[in-house]
Design a binder for this molecule. Structure first.
Ligand SMILES: [Mg+2]
Length: 284
């Protein structure tokens, strides 16, 4: 399915794509990747790894990646975990450490510590916060628009606690961040929720996976696609950063050589990835 004989025209640097899911590869409302399918087909044809890098859980990603037909490693919960699926076509030298599932690399801190810490942060700041662990399945479904089975996968968390800030104020995020810092933790702002997690980000995991692929393949070229603030560390870590948010969501200013499209979401994904593949991969 992923023939090694289809090598890039420029065989000195193989391409690897890191991508956010919601609002990037997936439509923000329908969660469909259909509009990116032409580019995904080319990625399959040329054995270009498409590495999902998202705030979603391992359960959610595993479900999607099998539907999308992506046998590549993936990054869960904002960089908290790396998983190498058993059907990964490339043999990667991954040290999972002691007492870990084969193919799993834990970067983040434990979920139980995060849940306790969120309560502490709420008490310290006096802000009203509701984490996923305190929400019912119905609450999660109402906030995300997910169906029951998908909401269950979203609630199966390991390294990141999404939460709602019920009383937003001008300095609320700063106060939250200061309280998280005191506990050695970090807060990022995603598309729908704030997220509490250890001191890592989507870029930490990208650099780790780059290392695995460089050991296997030699020099590589990395593309990163995202649409939210929590994607910025990923975009800063890749060779070709691509911003696919709608026009009313301004691009980050501190990323050099950032590419943008007049389109957004999976339509932009399709346009930009096809353009890069067409300019560097050829049958001739
Ligand atoms: Mg997103």
């Amino acid at each position: 399915m992923y023939p090694e004989t289809f090598l890039p025209y420029d065989t000195t640097r193989r391409t690897i794509i890191f991508t956010d899911m919601d609002g990037t590869l997936l439509d923000p409302e329908t969660y469909s990747w259909a509009e990116a399918e032409p580019a995904l087909t080319q990625c399959r044809r040329w054995s270009i790894p498409v590495i999902l890098n998202t705030s979603k859980t391992r359960s959610e990603i595993d479900h999607f990646r099998q539907s999308i037909d992506l046998p590549w490693p993936y990054i869960s919960e904002n960089g908290g975990g790396i998983y190498i699926p058993p059907d990964c076509p490339v043999s990667l030298n991954v040290s999972s450490g002691q007492n870990k599932t084969p193919g799993q690399v834990a970067i983040g801190v434990s979920y139980s510590r995060l849940c306790q810490s969120l309560e502490r942060i709420a008490a310290d700041t006096g802000l009203s916060l509701t984490g996923f662990s305190r929400m019912s399945l119905d609450d999660i479904m109402a906030l995300t628009g997910l169906k029951p089975e998908d909401a269950k996968r979203a609630a199966n968390r390991e390294y990141d606690e999404p939460f709602c800030l019920n009383t937003p104020g001008p300095d609320a995020l700063t106060r939250l961040q200061e309280a998280a810092d005191r506990l050695g933790l970090h807060i990022t702002s995603g598309g729908r929720f704030y997220h509490l997690h250890g001191r890592f980000d989507k870029g930490t995991a990208v650099r780790q996976i780059e290392k695995y692929f460089r050991e296997a393949w030699g020099p590589i070229r990395t593309i990163g696609l995202g649409d939210s603030d929590n994607d910025i560390p990923m975009l800063a870590a890749v060779d070709i950063p691509v911003w696919v948010a709608p026009q009313n969501h301004p691009a980050p200013e501190n990323i050099s050589h950032l590419r943008q499209s007049s389109l957004s979401g999976p339509r932009a994904w399709n346009q930009v990835v096809l353009s890069i593949i067409n300019s560097s991969y050829s049958d001739r």
